[in-house]
Design a protein around this ligand. Sequence first.
Ligand SMILES: O=C(O)c1ccccc1NCC(=O)[C@H](O)[C@H](O)COP(=O)(O)O
Length: 207
Amino acid sequence: MPRTRIKICGITRAEDRDAAIAAGVDALGFVFYPPSQRYVAPEKAAQLVSPIPAFVTRVGLFVNAEPATVHSVLAEVALNVLQFHGDEDAAYCRQFGRPWIKAARVRHGLDLLEYARAFDGACGLLLDAFVDGYGGGGKEFDWSLIPSSLPLPVILSGGLQVSNIQQAVRVIRPWAVDVSSGVEVAKGIKDAEKIAQFIAGVRNADA
Ligand SMILES: O=C(O)c1ccccc1NCC(=O)[C@H](O)[C@H](O)COP(=O)(O)O
């Protein structure tokens, strides 16, 4: 069983970036959605991303962005993967010629198998709670809504934290987990100890 990959999203400070890397994170997410309190301007994001070492994936997160906006960010910030967290369709996601993750906001009535098939070509399907503001809400969703098998690598998200991460990994066995609120002391302000405990919890569950 490969180890569960870990993404920490909503990085806004160099010290949080460094704490996550030191704790063994696999990917760091940067929010380019202006209404989010975790939003980072492209110039700031470029400064945060530049020192990230090899083999730590840099993820840029967008919500229903104009294509020109995505292209503009890509021209300034050295991202590896795009994450589309709004109402984007597959054609929109494919147009940038980069690996991309599609986020689904899980709720009763959403056929996740049909949804995953519609986003063929994604490098991950991020399953998040259905919250106001599209994401970053710190809310769990009903994991029993997740089909036993999906045709895309599952990235479990939504309200994950130290207290539920071991159960989440053991029950769902996702390809990866993603967290924002659960390792914060305030929106966009991560806590190094919570990061370390969260990652240790994933490693315990993998063992
Ligand atoms: O983080 C945000 O502010 C955000 C805003 C709008 C869309 C997506 C957003 N975050 C995307 C993520 O990948 C979050 O990590 C994910 O939604 C889980 O957040 P949380 O439940 O707070 O751990």
